[in-house]
Design a protein around this ligand. Structure first.
Ligand SMILES: NC(=O)c1ccc[n+]([C@@H]2O[C@H](COP(=O)([O-])OP(=O)(O)OC[C@H]3O[C@@H](n4cnc5c(N)ncnc54)[C@H](O)[C@@H]3O)[C@@H](O)[C@H]2O)c1
Length: 512
């Protein structure tokens, strides 16, 4: 994910030339400094709510007046019509609007809805008590309600202080789920909310669904006895997965954990297909640019770069690639793109997109050479790829022309258009399609089911990838949307290939 896809506020960085992530310091709910706490709070935002994107629905996402918003939800006494009070959200009265948002998301989340239907009779999560800590928006609400329909009890907090869709949190609370989240939590609120989900009367959780590792961390540090009774952890983000591997290495991980971040289906959808769509969306929304005939350079021809190239080529752009890896460079050439050094094309291009996961790919020297009006943005990890800091010099003027759009002006009047200050442009300026979240949500739900139902001994206290068969199952759940008809192996063919007719169909080392 994505890093796959860390969000616009992510503070961690990738090591040059590797896939390792240098994590933000692990935060301690009780004792760390203010600075390091906010580092962890402002992390991955894969599932930012639609109402946080550039096409913001802010105006109707808060049905409350600003006066009401000034009062902390912790100071309000709120009750549903059924007398339910075990929640803390911004304004419970927004529930009807939130419910409509959830219903819209359900339409575009066929896989998780199919899983809900198929597994409803078996109730594979009966007796599961899940502490959830993810973004809370219409899409994740579909996951939460699916887990409940499969038998689980849940208590849920937000993994990001900015990303909660208040009306959705209200809808979930109104439906009777203990939800502790609102947009604009303070750091103290953030940990208080997670704490409310972990520790409650007559509640011993046995599963954790985490996005970033904060619920896991809090339980491990503050409620260690409770943590030892956990049966499994499912972690979604690069940051959280990295923390789990660190714990495992240090011998401190006492329960099995599933890394869903690196499941094939999730990675493909997050990196290739989602970026293929969102690059166009974010550029259009922020600049109103016309693509036909424009010269674009994309740095990096990995999954994200390939997605961006496909989309831009499809709209008639002339696309150049920069690459360090001869295999990817050859792929780009075979796909019909010119592979060049950035210096060779930088004076002519209209749009520069970075998608490398590396740092300082676009430097001040490059930006000095760009032509007037060149749009510069980043699709890769956090804000390290474009050397934005080098633009903060006295000779250059910054002009904010729109939300997420800055003009940086040189002394001779030349200006470049910098999007989202170099942070991930699609997460800052557009939204994540619900279909993509459906894939991740189905993967998360299956990982929970697998860990919860696994016979003793199948998983040790380590970090695992979801079994390939389940990855295949997640994909199969999404096929009916396209009326796709799978071919079945004949007995003879299965024998010839050495495969089970029901899968898995590929070895673990297969590259899709
Ligand atoms: N925006 C999003 O929604 C989103 C989604 C998924 C992943 N990501 C992020 O995008 C980045 C790329 O992801 P990916 O899956 O394509 O990774 P990848 O490893 O498949 O591709 C990155 C490519 O960049 C190349 N590269 C590295 N340094 C370079 C340099 N200096 N110049 C030119 N090319 C260089 C590598 O050789 C590689 O081919 C990562 O940081 C990832 O976290 C973003």
């Amino acid at each position: 994910m994505a890093d796959s896809g860390d969000g616009p506020h992510n503070t961690s960085s990738r090591k040059a030339g590797s896939n390792n992530v240098i994590d933000a310091p692990v935060t301690d709910p009780a004792s760390t400094s203010k600075e390091s706490k906010s580092g962890a709070l402002k992390k991955s935002s894969r599932y930012r709510s639609r109402s946080l994107s550039a096409s913001s629905n802010d105006s109707y996402s808060s049905g409350s007046s600003s006066d009401e918003d000034d009062v902390s939800p912790r100071e309000k006494i709120q009750t549903t019509e059924k007398g339910f009070t075990d929640f803390c959200v911004r304004n419970i009265n927004q529930h009807a609007f939130g419910r409509r948002e959830i219903e819209i998301a359900e339409q575009e989340m066929p896989g998780i809805m199919a899983l809900r239907k198929r597994a409803a009779d078996d109730m594979p999560l009966k007796n599961a008590k899940i502490v959830g800590c993810t973004h809370i928006n219409a899409q994740t609400a579909v996951l939460i309600e699916t887990l409940v329909e499969l038998g689980a009890q849940v208590r849920w907090a937000a993994c990001n202080i900015y990303s909660t869709q208040n009306e959705v949190a209200a809808a979930l609370a109104y439906a009777g789920y203990p939800i502790f989240a609102w947009r604009g939590e303070t750091e103290e609120d953030f940990w208080w909310c997670i704490d409310k989900c972990v520790a409650s009367d007559n509640w011993q959780p046995n599963m954790i669904l985490d996005d970033g590792g904060d619920a896991t961390h809090l339980m491990l540090k503050k409620y260690n006895t409770m943590f030892k009774l956990i049966q499994g952890i499912v972690e979604e983000s690069v940051t959280g997965v990295h923390r789990l591997y660190q714990l495992s290495k240090a011998g401190k991980l006492s329960v099995p954990a599933m890394n869903v971040n690196d499941s094939v289906t999730k990675t493909k959808f997050d990196n290739l297909y989602s970026c293929r769509e969102s690059i166009i969306d974010s550029l259009k929304r922020s600049t109103d640019v016309m693509f036909g005939g424009k010269q674009v350079v994309i740095c990096g021809y990995g999954e994200v770069g390939k997605g961006c190239c496909q989309a831009l080529k499809g709209l008639g752009c002339i696309v150049y690639i920069t690459e360090i890896d001869p295999i990817c460079a050859l792929q780009a050439s075979m796909d019909g793109f010119r592979v060049m050094k950035l210096n060779e094309v930088i004076r002519n291009v209209d749009i520069v997109i970075t998608a490398t996961g590396n740092k300082n790919v676009v430097t001040r020297e490059h930006m000095d050479k760009m032509k007037n009006g060149c749009v510069v943005c980043n699709m890769g990890h956090s804000n390290t790829e474009i050397d934005v800091n080098s633009l903060r010099t006295p000779d250059l003027t910054w002009e904010k022309v729109r939300s997420q759009v800055d003009h940086v002006i040189w002394p001779d009047g030349k200006r470049i258009v910098l999007l989202a200050e170099g942070r991930l442009v699609n997460l800052s300026c557009s939204s994540i399609p619900s279909f993509v979240v459906s894939i991740t949500a189905a993967t998360q739900a299956l990982a929970l089911i697998e860990l919860f139902n696994a016979p003793p001994g199948r998983y040790k206290s380590d970090v695992y990838l979801l079994p390939k068969k389940m990855d295949e199952y997640v994909a199969s759940l999404h096929l009916p949307t396209f009326d796709a008809h799978l071919t079945e192996l004949t007995d003879e063919q299965a024998k010839y290939m050495g495969l089970n007719k029901a899968g898995p169909f590929k070895p673990n080392y297969y590259r899709y």
